[in-house]
Design a protein around this ligand. Structure first.
Ligand code: ARG
Ligand code: ZN
Length: 854
């Protein structure tokens, strides 16, 4: 592209409606890798057969950044036509063997997509379209084949998918008998050590497990082995799913774009999502590590044995697998806290996306780059849709439908239609309207009004979904609204009942009531909607104290905090005494799980207050919101000045550290309370906690509280020195300083941090630690002079030239630009346009900025 080009090139979109079956299928793939950093040779022998279901005999193989050395068909050399994105060739209308040799340069692969190098080891990431950077191939998920892989290298550990088949001094051969799409291919070669374990499956098959790390990280892999065993057992017990190879390998890699990848029999993980030790990982890290290990393991059935026909169906595997990992973590550590955590994440990530220019369907109908669709909508909203389905049909029918899904589609590349059909067949239920959850973007608003007369409560529910890009007309959805009724004395008079809202407006009645009840609505967050309900502070405080549903108890506190914050920002009002009292009462209630009490102190984020204000028709003012949040914390600290130290003392732990829910709950509460105590004692207690702590949860909690009250310089320095050799801990050090910087200091903090030698910007974890943390400091990001916008855009452009995947993902920080005042809108828009007009911007980034401007 000429350097003076200024117009924004709109890359080409592909459409779900244009799907056509592959013209040739693959019977078997043989690959040989001669590994070398600058010139790896990849030899492929692929047996193709005509697909009877195809509509043409055109032969096209995907390929990118490959140097073709030679190619032949049935042993006769051929000269294929090389075109952008691949090659075409004249081929027989009958089975044939394709052979090719290509050269690639893993050391130059900074995109971390395909075969690349990290810490001197070779590794791969092929989902979604990385395999085409390894060899010419029909790189689409509906082409499934068994693979045999030979790796030639003198590195000590050589791994690929499936079972080990042969090993020599400088080679290894792996065979994967299960037909799989190319995106599940993986290869690892390096100087690695294994933490080993084993698992005997329900039918008595012995499986060797190993978690591979760099030698220095060996001690941090024990937890992962146990987590994998728990996941394997749970999937047998709850879903009847058994593992299907002799070995299961996990490899920890420092340079990785996402969390982890479910490659058949050889999962590759970001070190951040697999390594854990008490002194370096927080309780939340432990829960995440176990959850991601489970997630990737569960993909073996929901993703690998049954895969996606095309990438529009991505949520078929991701939504379902997220739902399964949520169930798993809930079963192991308690559903109440897991649900609250998941809802916080959904609202922060997915609701935000759904309310802005990046909103899209759970099953998109078009895209430029599928890599831009590994989103909160595909993952978390996709999981919510499955949760609703289970709520509507009930757990027994859900289990029956899943059995049918596994039986009917094993070995296939399936669609959302296939998925819904097993529910239709197992239950006889018509899911035509329910299916709109997959084809309609946007977060539904459900307005609730109530009327009580003569012993009858009438609830009126009204649903609307605001327009989203390219979708103005919204149809009513099937929304399960779980409701319970409480007596004024706090007893439950009507237990949880699921109301099915299908029309735009519907009424539901409860009769025979002795007195006017308090309705508890959307129990367990039964649908991914925004509830619009006028509730008095007294009623919310009542639900906080008495509801039997722990989600509504917590969410009522959130709703009340939201009201308080909005009136503080808009009317400069003092916080309601009723709110302060309700928080204090909850905190003092020793019958309540400490983890749940900790959540009550977790205020809505500044970002969510901005969204609330915007929804109310106001223009959010980031500094005013930040000041209100600070003021509210100070009020809470003052109001509970004697209670806080008592609660803090009661959650000290004397036993040795374990990451289990009981201890983690106490530490969460200690850290939450410490944050308020620090506002009263200037950080004295936090300094003591920092010095005394022997685990990362309490160290980081103390550091957080210190930075929050403008202290902690010495502690930050000590922390950096102690953990200088631990990249994952130093990532936390970077993050904390960005998210907790005083808004006016953020630019200086970013300039300092990005100037450090340890700011290794090509490492995705390090880049994210800095630029991913900006969104949790909105008052800093939205500096009125636009300086932080500019710095962020500079770095996105820089990263995009090396690693489009991670750069493109982080560009979403700008997605809320239209919510702000005209001056900020102009400043943000200018930066988004500057990115768009940068010569040689990636297709990924071009699509993102195009949609944001769109
Ligand atoms: N399938 C993976 C997971 O959900 C995510 C892959 C993301 N893609 C990537 N290029 N890293 O577990
Ligand atoms: Zn996944």
């Amino acid at each position: 592209m000429p350097a003076n080009q200024t117009s924004v090139v709109q890359p080409q979109k592909i459409y779900l409606a244009d799907y056509t079956p592959p013209t040739y299928l693959v019977e078997h793939v043989d690959l040989t890798f001669r590994l070398a950093p600058k010139n790896t040779r990849v030899l492929a022998r692929i047996r193709f057969v005509p697909n009877p279901a195809a509509t043409s005999r055109d032969f096209f193989l995907h390929g990118e950044l490959l140097t073709l050395i030679n190619a032949s068909i049935d042993g006769t050399p051929v000269t294929p036509t090389l075109v952008e994105g691949g090659l075409s060739c004249d081929v027989p209308d009958a089975p044939f063997t394709w052979e090719s040799e290509v050269e690639i340069a893993p050391i130059e692969n900074t995109a971390l997509d395909g075969l690349y190098m990290s810490d001197g080891m070779y590794c791969t990431q092929c989902e979604a379209e990385g395999f085409r950077r390894i060899t010419y191939y029909p790189d689409r998920p509906d082409v499934m084949a068994p693979f045999t892989v030979r790796i030639e290298s003198d590195l000590p550990v050589l791994l690929s998918n499936g079972n080990p088949a042969d090993r020599g001094a400088d080679f290894a051969v792996w065979h994967d008998p299960w037909p799989k799409p190319s995106y599940l291919f993986a290869l690892v070669a390096g100087n690695l050590v294994a933490k080993r374990g084993s698992f005997d499956t329900m039918s008595g098959k012995h499986v060797d497990l190993a978690v591979w790390t760099r030698p220095a990280d060996a001690a941090k892999a024990d937890f992962a082995v146990g987590a994998l065993q728990r996941a394997m057992k749970w999937d047998e017990d709850v879903y009847g799913r058994e593992y299907d190879l002799d070995v299961f390998n996990i490899v920890a890699v420092s340079d990785f774009n996402s969390g982890a990848m479910e490659n058949k029999g050889l999962n590759i993980f970001n070190t951040a999502a697999v390594l854990a030790s008490p002194d370096t990982a927080t309780d939340l890290d432990y829960e995440r590590v176990e959850g991601v290990i489970a997630h990737e393991y569960f993909h073996n059935w929901t993703g690998n044995r049954i895969t996606c026909r095309d990438w529009f169906q991505l949520s078929l595997k991701e939504g379902l697998t997220v739902f399964r990992d949520q169930q798993f973590t809930g079963d192991l550590h308690g559903h109440a806290t897991k649900r609250i955590r998941d809802v916080i994440k959904l609202r922060a990530r997915q609701f935000r996306e759904d309310n802005g220019p990046l909103a899209h369907n759970v099953r998109p109908e078009s895209f430029v780059e599928i890599s831009n669709f590994y989103t909160g909508t595909i993952y978390e909203k996709g999981a919510e849709v499955i949760r609703m389905l289970r709520t509507l049909v009930g757990p027994e029918a859900y289990a029956k439908a899943l059995d049918l899904y596994f039986a009917r589609h094993d070995g296939q590349a399936a669609t959302i239609e296939d998925w819904l059909q097993v529910f239709v067949d197992a239950t006889g239920r018509d899911l035509t309207q329910f299916k709109r959850w997959y084809s309609q973007a946007g977060t539904p608003r459900v307005a609730v009004t109530e009327d009580y007369t003569d012993g009858t409560l009438t609830l009126t529910l009204r649903q609307t979904t605001p327009p989203t890009p390219g979708q103005t007309d919204k149809q009513p959805l099937v929304i399960p609204v779980a409701v319970g009724l409480l007596n004024p004395n706090g007893d439950e008079v009507v237990p949880t009942t699921v109301l099915e809202l299908t029309g735009a407006e519907q009424t539901f009645t409860f009769s025979g009531l002795a007195s006017r009840p308090v309705a508890s609505v959307l129990r367990g967050f039964s649908a991914p909607v925004i509830l619009q309900r006028e509730q008095s502070a007294e009623e919310l405080a009542f639900l906080m104290a008495h509801d039997t549903d722990s989600f509504v108890r917590w969410d009522s506190g959130r709703a009340l905090a939201c009201q308080v914050l909005v009136s503080m920002v808009r009317d400069h009002a003092a916080p309601l005494p009723a709110y302060l009292d309700a928080i204090a009462a909850t905190l003092a209630d020793e019958t309540l799980d400490p983890a749940l009490r900790a959540f009550v102190l977790d205020l809505p984020s500044e970002e969510s207050t901005a969204q609330t204000l915007f929804d109310l028709g106001a223009t959010p003012e980031p500094d005013a919101i930040h000041d209100a949040h600070e003021a509210l914390k100070n009020h809470l600290a003052e109001h509970m000045v004697t209670l806080l130290p008592q609660v803090y003392a009661a959650c000290q732990i004397n036993e040795a550290y374990t990451p289990d829910a009981a201890q983690a709950g106490k530490r969460a509460l200690a850290n939450a309370v410490l944050n308020l105590i620090s506002r009263n004692d200037g950080g004295a207690t936090a300094e003591m906690q920092f010095t005394a702590s022997n685990n990362m949860t309490l160290s980081l909690g103390a550091l957080h509280s210190l930075l929050d009250v403008g202290q902690g310089r010495a502690e930050l320095a000590a922390f950096a020195q102690r953990w200088a050799d631990d990249r994952l801990v130093i990532d936390k050090w970077f993050s904390l300083q960005v998210s907790l910087a005083a808004p006016r200091r953020l630019l200086a903090v970013l300039t300092d941090l990005t100037g450090l030698e340890s700011f290794d910007w090509k490492n995705p974890n390090r880049f994210r630690a800095v630029f991913g943390a900006i969104t949790s400091n909105p008052a800093g990001f939205h500096q009125a002079d636009g300086s932080v916008y500019r710095l962020m855009a500079d770095w996105l452009i820089r990263l995009d030239s090396a690693n489009p995947w991670t750069a493109s993902r982080l560009s979403a920080a700008f997605d809320g630009w239209r919510r702000y005042d005209k001056a900020r809108q102009g400043l943000m828009r200018a930066q988004i346009e500057r990115i768009a007009k940068t010569p040689a911007i990636s297709r990924e980034m071009a699509e993102m900025v195009g949609r944001m401007l769109g």
